[in-house]
Design a binder for this molecule. Structure first.
Ligand code: SF4
Ligand code: SF4
Length: 357
């Protein structure tokens, strides 16, 4: 081996074992049974006859240091100094004595952290990075989650749904948007506005042309400068050209709307995984509370709660009753753009790498 060899620095996921509660570490892979004692509390018993109670609480997701310190203080005083976050950013506290569960719940509730999110509840909404970490969002992400979870508080602290409900939000239309039982996604409705003075200084034009999924962008000379032009009849307003070329501004307070998609499922449990379908479009992107989005979301959840059979996920319920009945029950307007799975969809869904016009 050459003396010049420089070993790569490992920078992957840190070893979780050293942060684990000692009871969990000792019994890793040795659990015998578990139960949900009440919404938000899991009780696990191991073959070694050790027990641990996990208390799950909701947070505002993107947290300031003051909140993190407060949660750590609760962990030190009311739990046993260990916390972990779930993939939906709920925080979990672990205790090895049952007598510590109620004081911990009381403290969390008093400090404004609701305990719940387990079993057949509406768990914490997962969101994309938004204004805090990303340069292309058309709406806030954590703000939408906070506003919507305030509306869904009762469904987080209770387990009253037919099955678990996972909701996601996404602040652009193309990148890290989630697949979920119900997804709230940005929907641009107008083609980008091009600032021709900046394009040649800021954008790599071939890269931008290549980004467009429908080949609507062409190089062009405008006012004697190299720029780009968009064939607005082809543009599907996806926003893919905006990240590599910010002078192609597509975010707009009026024309960037919110859309709701439902029926996504990643697991193989009971039925095969499924993709979401659009059920509501053109909802106003209206901070700080997004009232129109909250109203549609609650209407869908109420219909699902009242009409689905036990253990049916949202998509399974709709598949059973049919999309026509879904739109009747929810009273959402149905248009030809909503469900694109009829036999003619092969002409509108892109099943190959070829571009069709
Ligand atoms: S969804 Fe889009 S805008 Fe939001 S964080 Fe991801 S890439 Fe950025
Ligand atoms: S918004 Fe999408 S479809 Fe329209 S020009 Fe940009 S990349 Fe192409």
């Amino acid at each position: 081996m050459s003396e010049q060899f420089r070993e790569a620095i490992e920078s992957g996921v840190p070893d979780a074992f050293k942060y684990m509660h000692p009871v969990m570490r000792r019994n890793y892979g040795q659990w015998d049974w578990h139960e949900r004692c009440r919404p938000g509390v899991l009780h696990h018993a191991s073959h070694n006859n050790e027990h641990i109670w996990t208390v799950r609480a909701g947070t505002q997701r993107q947290m300031d240091t003051g909140t993190i310190r407060k949660l750590c203080q609760i962990a030190d005083e009311y739990a046993e100094g260990h916390v972990r976050f779930t993939i939906r950013s709920n925080i979990e506290f672990m205790v090895s004595e049952e007598s510590k569960v109620v004081p911990l719940i009381d403290k969390l509730t008093a400090e404004g952290f609701p305990v719940g999110g387990t079993g057949n509840s509406v768990s914490m909404i997962s969101h994309t990075q938004g204004f805090l970490h990303c340069d292309i969002p058309a709406t806030d992400a954590s703000g939408v989650v906070k506003a919507l979870m305030d509306e869904l508080y009762d469904e987080f602290v209770n387990e009253r749904m037919p099955n678990r409900v996972h909701i996601s939000t996404s602040c652009c239309q193309i990148n890290c948007g989630g697949q979920a039982d119900i997804a709230v996604n940005i929907q641009h409705t107008k083609p980008p506005m091009i600032n021709h003075d900046l394009v040649s200084n800021v954008c790599e034009r071939p890269a931008v042309v290549a980004r467009c999924p429908v080949a609507a962008i062409r190089p062009a000379m405008v006012n004697g400068k190299p720029s780009l032009e968009v064939d607005e009849r082809k543009c599907v307003c996806c926003g893919a050209c905006y990240p590599p070329c910010p002078p192609m501004q597509i975010n707009d307070p009026e024309n960037s709307k919110l859309a709701i998609w439902i029926g996504g499922k990643n697991s193989n449990a009971r039925s095969k995984p499924s993709m979401m379908k659009l059920v509501a479009a053109g909802l106003p992107n209206k901070p700080p509370r997004w009232p129109e989005v909250a109203a549609v979301l609650k209407k869908i959840l109420r219909c699902y709660q009242e009409n689905a059979k036990d253990w049916e996920r949202v998509g399974e319920w709709v598949e059973r009753i049919g999309w026509e009945r879904f739109f009747q029950l929810t009273e959402l307007p149905f248009t030809r753009f909503h469900v694109d799975n009829w036999t003619g969809a092969k002409y509108t869904l892109n099943h190959s790498t070829h571009i069709r016009f």
